[in-house]
Write a protein that binds this ligand. Sequence first.
Ligand code: ATP
Length: 585
Amino acid sequence: MDFLAIAEIFEEMHKTNSRLVLIDHLVTLFKRTPVNTIKKIIYLLQGKLFPSSEGIELGLGEKLTIKAIAESTGISVKEVEENYNKIGDLGETAKEIAKKRYQQTLLNEKITIERIYSTFEKIAKSLGSQSQIIKLRLVSSLLNDATPLESKYIIKFLLGNLRLGIAEYSIIDALAIAFTGNRNNRKKIEEIYNIYTDLGTIAEILFKKDLQGLTDLQITPLKPIRPMLAERIIDPKEGLKRANGKVALEYKLDGERVQIHKNNTEVQLFSRSLEKITNHYPDIVEAIKKFSIHNCILEAEIVPLDLVTKKIQPFQELMHRKRKYNISDVILKYPIKVFLFDILYLEGNNLTQYEYRQRRGILQSIVKTNRNNIIELVKQNVSSNLNQIEIFFRKAKYEGCEGLMLKQLDSKYRAGAREFLWMKLKKEYGTTLVDSFDLTVIGALLGKGKRTGYYGALLLAAYDKKSDTFQSICKVGTGFSDYDLELIYNELKNYVVDKKYYNVNTNLKMDIWFTPKLVIEIIASEITLSPLHTAAYGLIKENFGVALRFPKYAGKIRLDKKPEDSTNTSELIQLFNKQVKRNKS
Ligand code: ATP
């Protein structure tokens, strides 16, 4: 299948802000795609080559990409950089340079989607000392044959910034229309996607069979499930009411969520965003291998422990586990504990349809018969008494937890759903602080005095799904320890760009700008209307956005969250309205 036809559709998609038009373009694309290519198209649209659970990433650095553009067009790296500085987007830069240089000859090999995919696959899999040279050759040979428009989208794919504004839900809508002829079937497709998160395989089955074919896809160990999420509640009273007077309380540990999959001798671990994280925790893998169970899917929170006291440490310490090398040393130096809180599958049986209280019972008996050093059950209580909940909440806080999870006793496991079946009551409850927010860092002011050499304040943004932009909401300069300042500086170093990133929306002037990548957690006392910030601009009040009052760093880099998972515009509006209601009562 010719890549040029696809690049032309992408170009049209870039021009529109309308979700419906976007879906129309996707439908056209899917209808033109041959069956053996549909899987590849879907993964590429999602910005990957395989389902995330495979753990193979494409990501190519900017520097190498610039080199490849220079090599394929015969101009200097400096010249490419100058153009890039002027244009601001590397894909667009490649297109503009190619426009002047590209000449179609008989020697040009056609660019097909299959060729792109296989080249990208080689790039993703090339490791070792020669890998940079190999990647450079592969990209420049592709660019050599590409038309200007094709160059643009090849570069965008490689850098992982295709950004056509295609949310996964739009792809599902388009699949429903293209392959079942009825958009209403999106719900059924989504239900399957929640338990079988490989959209490429789903598309292929829809193409070859039909909706009925999807029923073959079941919860399967080694295939991650979309996690069930919790709604925020503001006090225990609300939780008790929503649970009809009796609720399960669990410690809300502050760590990394993990889905543990076991299939006979194979164990794989997946993060909240369903990335494979097996290599970070070989100690968990070993412990689970010894469990006297053949296959299961468990959910847990991993927390770091102090080497000597064995007390729970701040979540940040888990960063050490992300290292690629010498993991065996890291395991000894940075011990962890795993607190199980759910079981979704056991010995061939899908348990998601069981009630929470039954699942907890099964989990309990598994932990009892498989004693080991690092895995235990999360602390739980069942209560219908407000006082008891308060006491349990304080106890959890005292023991270093973030608060409590309140779970409805008869609730099924609803993969991918955020409902009041699970409720989170955070530490901030009972103080003047409203809530916590996960925000993306988009800019910074340079530090002065004690902070020289680091950043003095960070500009943070909420995410707006509709426009796919990061909109500023506050500057934060408090709550950082010296350790945090250094850690954040080193993380952000990788994302510095010369000017405000193209999908960043703010009126403020900063010393440094970043690609929106790093998500951090903030607590604040109030959401206020602001003429300065652009978050939810005009959505609550004309000519006003929203800002956070007294924002403070909560000590947490959210490596488990993508920038698109930041607190979003609709959540902000919801929280603002809740706050107004609370202030009135
Ligand atoms: P969300 O996951 O709701 O989008 P988030 O990632 O910011 O938001 P929180 O708001 O902190 O997370 O609350 C939910 C998270 O709490 C879960 O994703 C899980 O990682 C963690 N957690 C800790 N203890 C438990 C528990 N006992 N049961 C369920 N989740 C727990």
